[in-house]
Design a protein around this ligand. Structure first.
Ligand SMILES: [Zn+2]
Length: 486
């Protein structure tokens, strides 16, 4: 009997905290059973030749929106293959009640099983969910969601407080379908998350993710931009939600998280000012567990080079100086992870008036290609790229025992990547249902030639090859299952 189910031979493997090492990987029962030298194809049922390629842990795309504008099942079917194309093998998707998604409200005890049911059997990657308590009753569900349902992270959207004030078409109650979506509500969520976190003794992390933009300021800046009517496209959009609105929102979070000691994730920082505010928050509250996130698009796009309203997203695409400041934060290790904030949003949803176009777009397929191209060009090492897209988000969100690093016992989630070949970004290459991409034409290296999920090849030669075998990640994942020695 063969020792392994699969061996990956001759690749340069990026191990945790180390540069690439030439080694082989033995896979058994979906897990990494051994890492070493001199394995042979005779030792396994299947041998994968990785000669000349990098072998990286499957990326963990920690910010995703399955089902925001389309049916959850359809999104799972069409968008998770896009993740595989970028070497992503785990996603954590945001879900909330209210407008979009399922267009309804109610207790998560009823709605979350529906969400899981809609995803089950349709995802090509492993997936978890972050949930946003929108209504007051849902705050009371946090403890059970953590303890029983494996939801270890929650979300609050600072700018929904004034969806009516900010000039949205619907009033706040209509959009969030809740009573008082304001700082009082945020405070109660933080108290609960902090309390549940403090009661856990297994070292696992329960946290609150925050979308930081301040709605009362958006209201007046948007009004000014519309009245002046000078700026166009994404530049107008950025001016309507200027970086000051992120700064103030981060400062508000600092006061409340400092008081409640709630572990927080400051999501998709888009600007120098937001990033500086986040650093200031950390300086003022050194004991607070605060982690910083940015996205591919905030590291890649500016309204100076891409002023097309299809790139409308919250927070907005900013200026080159903001992109450079975020890269400085990434290079210094001050920004903890990079994600896609993937939301399949068709061209149709972006037509007409800038203000009516729906925010968001996809990018999950570019996680490794973009970070390996632009990151390495800017001086990141390979192991730091891996930290940013795999290891750090896995640690922050309760996946580290099985995901985010190539170690014996972990799930055999691997991205085998060719650093030599470059290809321009095209809509087709991304395998998403979205019919355009704001990244169109970027010349990128580091495209996966093959992606493995728990030992199975699920993407190869530009196509998704398997069936939707993704499983729900009930967090925190327990320790790697013990291995039988091969
Ligand atoms: Zn998002």
């Amino acid at each position: 009997m063969a020792s392994y189910d699969t061996v990956v031979l001759g690749g340069r493997i990026v191990l945790p905290g180390r540069g690439p090492v030439r080694a082989d990987v033995g896979i058994k029962d979906g897990r990494i059973a051994a890492i070493g030298e001199g394995f042979s194809s005779g030792e396994a049922d299947e041998a994968i030749d990785a000669e000349g390629n990098l072998v990286l842990p499957g990326a963990v795309d920690a910010h995703y929106h399955l089902g925001i504008y389309r049916d959850i099942t359809e999104d799972a079917k069409s968008e998770t293959p896009s993740s595989l194309a970028g070497g992503v093998t785990s996603i954590i998707s945001y879900f909330r009640t209210g407008s979009h998604y399922l267009e309804k409200s109610g207790p998560y005890s009823e709605i979350f099983p529906e969400v899981l049911e809609a995803t089950q059997g349709h995802s090509y990657v492993d997936y978890g969910y972050h949930l946003a308590p929108m209504a007051r009753d849902q705050v009371g569900e946090i403890e059970r969601l953590v303890g029983e349902d494996g939801v270890a992270s929650f979300k609050y959207y600072m700018f929904y407080k004034g969806m009516d004030l900010a000039g949205g078409s619907s009033d706040a109650a209509g959009y969030t379908m809740s009573e008082n979506y304001d700082l009082g509500h945020l405070f109660e969520i933080m108290e609960q998350v902090a309390r549940v976190q403090a009661s856990r003794h297994d070292g696992s992390r329960v946290s609150l993710s925050i979308h930081c933009e301040q709605p009362e300021l958006i209201r007046i800046f948007k009004e000014r931009v519309q009245e002046e009517g000078i700026l166009q496209g994404l530049e107008a959009y950025s001016a309507s939600r200027p970086t000051l609105t992120e700064h103030l929102a981060v400062a508000e979070v600092g006061v409340l998280a400092g008081h409640t000691r709630c572990p927080v994730n400051l999501l998709h920082l888009s600007s120098e000012e937001a990033f500086e505010a986040a650093l200031e928050l950390k300086r003022q509250h050194p004991a607070l567990d605060a982690r910083l996130e940015t996205t591919l698009h905030h590291l890649a796009l500016t309204y100076e080079t891409y002023n097309d309203q299809r790139g409308k997203v919250n927070p907005p695409i900013r200026a080159q100086s903001d992109v450079d400041a975020l890269w400085r934060g990434v290079l210094r290790g001050e920004i903890d992870w990079v994600c896609s904030d993937h939301a399949c949003c068709s061209e149709e949803n972006k037509e007409g008036d800038l203000w009516q176009a729906l925010p968001g777009f996809g990018g999950t397929a570019l996680i490794y290609p973009f970070m390996l191209t632009e990151g390495l060009r800017r001086g990141l090492s390979l192991e730091r790229v891996v930290d940013l897209v795999a290891t750090n988000p896995a640690r922050a969100y309760g996946l580290a025992s099985r995901k985010g690093a190539i170690t014996v016992g972990a799930d055999a989630d691997l991205a085998i990547v060719d650093l030599e070949e470059t290809h321009p970004v095209t809509t087709e290459r991304l395998l998403s249902a979205q019919d355009y991409t704001p990244f169109e034409g970027m010349e990128l290296a580091g495209w996966p030639t093959r992606t493995l999920l728990r030992g199975q090849t699920v993407f190869a030669d530009g196509e998704s090859t398997g069936s939707p075998t993704g499983t729900y990640l009930k967090r925190p994942l327990t320790e790697a299952r013990p291995l039988s020695t091969p």
